[in-house]
Design a protein around this ligand. Structure first.
Ligand code: TRP
Length: 338
């Protein structure tokens, strides 16, 4: 963490809403990268429980329950709480104070124009009845990011407009209060294509029930792989089949390490003479190799939930220290010193 000088230090802020278990799409899209980056950068990982409430206000139990589950998923994939600062958003009041100052720097019209928010509002069917907290979630995200002076934010391409809005807030703040207290963040857009769901029609997503979860048992994984869609034209093993747009091969490409074997299987499948069952059994093997150690670590950590919560609270303590420093700079810049 102190290996690098202040000017080149990369500070990452990333995280998830605790609304459900993490799945293979999360793994390939972000978790794998976080495990790698934790040793290269200073990394803050936010369990965004307050943000989760912006569209789950009637169901706080769901959010509460999933904070521990998310903590377990993080530990299971190999995030090290000694190296990465994993913390609970609602236990960092500094974030909400920052958010209140920022809300005055953005118009309702601008919030309504944010393409990410617009899309999500349509998906959720909110219309004019959008919760105010949901409409302003990019500003809550601005507070999350700037509280830690993070300069790198790994996101999916769909979140880029949110980061643009975050930076607008940063620039407005620094200009109006004649300061450099806030730091602009760069969106680090993943070049890994989003993983398809089991049915192959949409992306893997909890609401579509088309996921393999990191916490799934071996039996779940087998069952789900055997439900996967392949090439509907590939009826008999001897028929030539398509590997393009075939979910089983998409997953093999994403998770398989033996690239040579996968290329051979593809060749055979396209030529004809390779049945779905063989390919699916191989995919089960590949996924089990990935998931077995994850499941094992999760089970080990789950034996002592109190310890996991303690770890999250320790992370939160470190996060609060960093956020308090930013808040001090912010209040100074605004002249709010009493
Ligand atoms: N919006 C992210 C999600 O839905 C979670 C999140 C909250 C986040 N604050 C953030 C991500 C700041 C990156 C930066 O999963």
């Amino acid at each position: 963490m102190d290996k690098k000088t202040a000017s080149t230090q990369k500070i990452i802020l990333t995280g998830d809403r605790p609304t459900g278990p993490l799945h293979l799409g999360h793994y390939i899209g972000s978790l794998k990268n976080r495990v790698k980056l934790q040793n290269e950068c200073q990394q803050f990982i936010i369990i965004a429980d307050m943000q989760a409430l912006t569209d789950h206000a009637e169901n706080p139990e769901l959010v509460q329950k999933n904070v521990l589950q998310l903590g377990l998923d993080y530990l299971a994939v190999g995030l090290d709480p000694k190296v990465s600062t994993i913390f609970i958003q609602s236990l960092v009041p500094e974030i909400f104070e920052l958010m209140m100052y920022y809300l005055n720097l953005v118009t309702v019209a601008r919030l309504e124009r944010n393409p990410t928010v617009k899309d999500e509002m349509k998906q959720k069917g909110f219309g004019k009845r959008v919760p105010a907290g949901f409409l302003v979630y990019p500003i809550s995200q601005a507070a999350d990011i700037t509280a830690f002076k993070a300069n790198l934010v790994p996101v999916g391409a769909d979140q880029v407009p949110v980061i643009e809005q975050v930076n607008e807030v940063v620039r407005a703040f620094n200009r109006i209060y004649k300061t450099d207290a806030l730091v602009e963040a760069q969106a680090l857009v993943s070049d890994v294509p989003r993983l398809s769901g089991l049915e192959g029609k949409a992306k893997m997503s909890k609401s579509l029930e088309n996921c393999i979860y990191l916490s799934d048992s071996t039996d779940d994984v087998k069952k789900k792989v055997f439900e996967m869609h392949t090439d509907p034209g590939h009826i008999h093993a001897k028929d030539p089949g398509k590997t393009e747009g075939n979910v089983v091969f998409e997953y093999l490409d994403a998770f398989g390490t033996d690239k040579k074997k996968i290329t051979e299987l593809k060749g055979q499948y396209e030529q004809g003479g390779l049945g779905d069952v063989i390919v699916k059994n191989y995919l089960v093997e590949v996924l089990e190799e990935l998931l077995m150690p994850i499941r094992e670590k999760r089970r080990e950590a789950a034996k002592d939930p109190t310890q996991v919560m303690k770890m999250l609270k320790q992370g939160t303590g470190r996060a609060r220290e960093a956020a308090a420093q930013t808040l001090k700079d912010v209040r100074e810049a605004m002249g709010l010193i009493y």
